[in-house]
Design a protein around this ligand. Sequence first.
Ligand SMILES: Nc1ncnc2c1ncn2[C@@H]1O[C@H](COP(=O)(O)OP(=O)(O)O)[C@@H](O)[C@H]1O
Ligand SMILES: Cc1ncc(COP(=O)(O)OP(=O)(O)O)c(N)n1
Length: 274
Amino acid sequence: MSAPPRVLTVAGSDSGGGAGIQADLKTMLAFGVHGMSVLTAVTAQNSLGVQGAWELPVEAVRAQYRSVVDDIGVQAVKTGMLASAELVETVAELIGGTEAPAVVDPVGVSKHGDSLLAASALDSVRTKLLPVATVATPNLDEVAQLTGVRVESEDGLRRAAAALLSYGPKWALIKGGHLSGDAGRVGGGQAVDFLTDGSEEHWLRAPRLDNRHTHGTGCTLASAIASGLAKGQSVPEAVAAAKEYVTGAIADGFALGGGIGPVDHGWRWRTGRA
Ligand SMILES: Nc1ncnc2c1ncn2[C@@H]1O[C@H](COP(=O)(O)OP(=O)(O)O)[C@@H](O)[C@H]1O
Ligand SMILES: Cc1ncc(COP(=O)(O)OP(=O)(O)O)c(N)n1
């Protein structure tokens, strides 16, 4: 049997299993690729928020990365929670020395408002990590932090993407999940994301689903994109497939715990929907 495409996630652990490394590996399984992980931090986390977070030492991150890349090999890398400037710079250096495409999810703050990245690391994200990204996938809060552009309209998505591209990623995917769904406002009724490399433009639209159990959407989307790239898809193809997958996962999100439950990574086989 031939070897499956291999995808590496460099991210933090979510003990609740909804986001972080756990969401990434479940997504990779759903896309039929072999998922591998470099752990950067451990969080005590559940549907109510993040109760604690501990970073791993830089040597532990470097060692995990080398173990995987030097022996097993990777066709795509995805990054998530990187916690500190030191870890951001280490991971940027490692990715910069690897040929595989990199999907950078510049995780800043969880849905509950818990910080997952030190404020002092923002400059390292801008100057070290974004330049080595094939695709960068910030949500609206993250792109505002990184570029200063606050998005309230579809034109705002375009401006934010242009500002992000100035830091060097090949493609910018601005996720409009946080745009207000109120009737009459832009994005109302739809979850709109915008993808561009500065010349091509792709608008990704899906019905805005009325399910509060959306924990892990960003990690899931980025891992699905990395899985598509590892299979040889172009960036627009991989993003379109990832958007379809995350939309289905939100539709079947689980009411687990007392707060925001996780999306369902196994919705395709659980429900039989394509
Ligand atoms: N209620 C929703 N209905 C449908 N799609 C959504 C909803 N909320 C978020 N999304 C989609 O989920 C993906 C992740 O976006 P977002 O939730 O903004 O990221 P993050 O988890 O990083 O904050 C995007 O494709 C976004 O459009
Ligand atoms: C360990 C860890 N990494 C990343 C996140 C953020 O995940 P995301 O997919 O953006 O989902 P929400 O937290 O916004 O629901 C996380 N929470 N934990």
